[in-house]
Write a protein that binds this ligand. Structure first.
Ligand code: BGC
Length: 496
């Protein structure tokens, strides 16, 4: 069929119109998508970035909860007296064992402490991943796992005693209320643990029975929380250490409080140690802290409902390594569902709970490459997203989400630290500020450099540069397990 010149002109004009209209439609669609995405991001910025006044409110609420806990009133912070009223000072001598459990691994450790102050002659330690079934098995089975690992470790390293049982420090990272340093009742399970037969029982006895079953000649001398171990580990190397903090799978803090402020002790019988040891380590269990000023978002609420300990440890669920990646995944999934972050289809991999780890989140947040290639790699390697979906614009949004989630964690931790510093009169408000060290242990803090910088920045903001310059935040590697061994030593020396 032949077309006339006129028909050609009309057809060409129509085709031109259609392609202009098509391009116009695409531009309009992308613009609409960009607007929806920007509106969602603006909401995340509003929800996750906390203003100085919000952080002050949080700090004040934390102090109030902490004081209620100390007075023995209903509080979201357990503020458990740990019965630890002596802290190591580096003068401890001898050979000690420790067992440490609480996250995804457990550790067996043997230390030899020298006569020279603060010097550890020799350390042997072994980390073991906790097999999946041990997160849900009966408590006795979990204790058997620990006891047999210790007995086997001691044999392999030729350490045994035929007469006096070897004292061990047991670092057990869950909320407990103590009746003595080696005697406690477990309050609840946290993190991934769902074991029966543990809550309401004494973990020290549980481990001792398991050790006896294994014919191990050990005695559980001290049962301590990992935050207490970190405080002890810090004190061993730095006498200015006043607070021990865990920023790992979970989070917690411990500090030394005046006995006279601890109602639970005032009610109990006096044991004659009050004069000599006026302070006692308090396990705050701040992981459970919640108050009107807690900046919980819908995403926090959603995540909480799907954890085995729903309704509990909500501060921990905003802060710690177990949850940061999952919070970010949920925020990214919302962007995919409601603002087509990855295009019209939501990638199914994004719907997989816990698929984005906090290790991946930290790499994405710290991605300084021009084209965000690390972010693209993490998205395709960790989440399994097709590379074609990981465009620069998408990676940029993902990075912003990870950044916001991490910064909020550091901000709320800084607020509670400012609260604890005020409680121990180390915030420069009433007395001249003295050098103060905060000892920190845990993978989140250890492996995530940008996070450490955020924490410092928020603490400076809360305390003011001058006071804050006297507060050192120091990472003490293996502090909780080493601290358990030092405490076993300190207690052993006292009771000999
Ligand atoms: C536990 C604390 C522990 C913290 C860090 C929290 O879930 O309640 O006792 O210190 O995790 O391991």
């Amino acid at each position: 069929m032949e077309l006339s010149a006129r028909e050609y002109t009309v057809l060409a004009a129509a085709a031109g119109f259609c392609s202009v209209a098509g391009v116009g439609y695409l531009i309009q669609r992308e613009y609409r998508r960009w607007r929806v995405l920007s509106a969602h991001m603006a909401q995340y910025y509003a929800d996750f970035s906390l203003s100085p006044s919000q952080l002050m409110d949080l700090r004040n609420d934390f102090i109030e909860e902490a004081r209620k806990g100390l007075r023995g009133e209903k509080s979201t912070c357990l503020m458990a007296p740990t019965m630890v009223d002596i802290l190591p000072d580096g003068d401890e001598v001898g050979e000690y064992f420790a067992l440490d459990i609480g996250g995804t691994n457990f550790r067996v450790i043997h230390v030899t402490l020298s006569m020279d102050k603060g010097e550890v002659v020799h350390v042997e330690m072994e980390d073991n991943a906790i097999p999946e079934e041990y997160f849900t098995c009966h408590g006795d089975m979990l204790f058997d796992l620990l006891a047999s690992a210790l007995v086997d470790f001691a044999k392999r390293h030729g350490r045994h005693s035929d007469d006096r049982p070897l004292p061990i420090g047991f670092c057990f990272s869950f909320p407990c209320t103590h009746t003595a340093i080696g005697e406690a009742v477990m309050v609840k399970l946290t993190k991934k643990f769902e074991n029966e037969g543990m809550v309401g029982q004494d973990p020290a006895k549980g481990l001792q029975r398991a050790l006896d079953r294994q014919k191990g000649n050990f005695k559980v001398a001290a049962l301590i929380n990992d935050s207490v171990g970190t405080l002890a580990g810090g004190c061993y190397v730095d006498a200015d250490t006043k607070i021990g903090v865990i920023l790992g799978t979970g989070t917690n803090a411990c500090y030394a409080e005046q006995r006279s402020n601890i109602a639970a002790l005032a009610k109990g019988r006096k044991n004659g140690r009050e004069q000599q040891h006026p302070l006692m380590a308090i396990n705050t269990e701040w992981g459970n802290f919640a108050a009107p000023s807690s900046p919980f978002t819908d995403i926090d609420r959603e995540l909480d409902e799907e954890t085995p300990n729903a309704g509990s440890h909500r501060f921990e669920k905003m802060v710690s390594g177990m949850y940061l990646g999952e919070l970010a995944r949920r925020a990214i999934l919302r962007l995919a569902e409601q603002a087509q972050l990855f295009g019209p289809e939501v990638p199914p991999q994004l719907r997989e709970p816990w698929a984005l780890t906090s290790a991946a989140l930290s790499k994405i947040d710290e991605d300084g490459s021009w084209l965000l290639s690390t972010t693209a790699r993490e998205l395709s390697e960790t989440l399994g997203l097709p590379a074609a979906l990981c465009t620069h614009t998408t990676c940029l949004r993902v990075k912003q989400v990870c950044h916001l989630v991490a910064r909020r964690s550091a901000a709320v931790v800084a607020a509670c630290l400012a609260g604890l510093l005020q409680q121990i009169d180390r915030d420069g408000a009433h007395t001249p500020m003295a050098p103060t060290t905060i000892a920190v242990d845990g993978g989140l803090f250890e492996h995530y450099q940008a996070y450490r910088a955020y924490l410092r920045e928020y603490l400076d903001q809360m305390l003011g540069k001058q006071v804050s310059s006297l507060v050192k935040i120091v990472q003490i590697r293996d502090a909780s397990s080493m601290g358990a061994a030092y405490l076993a030593a300190a207690i052993d020396e006292e009771t000999q």
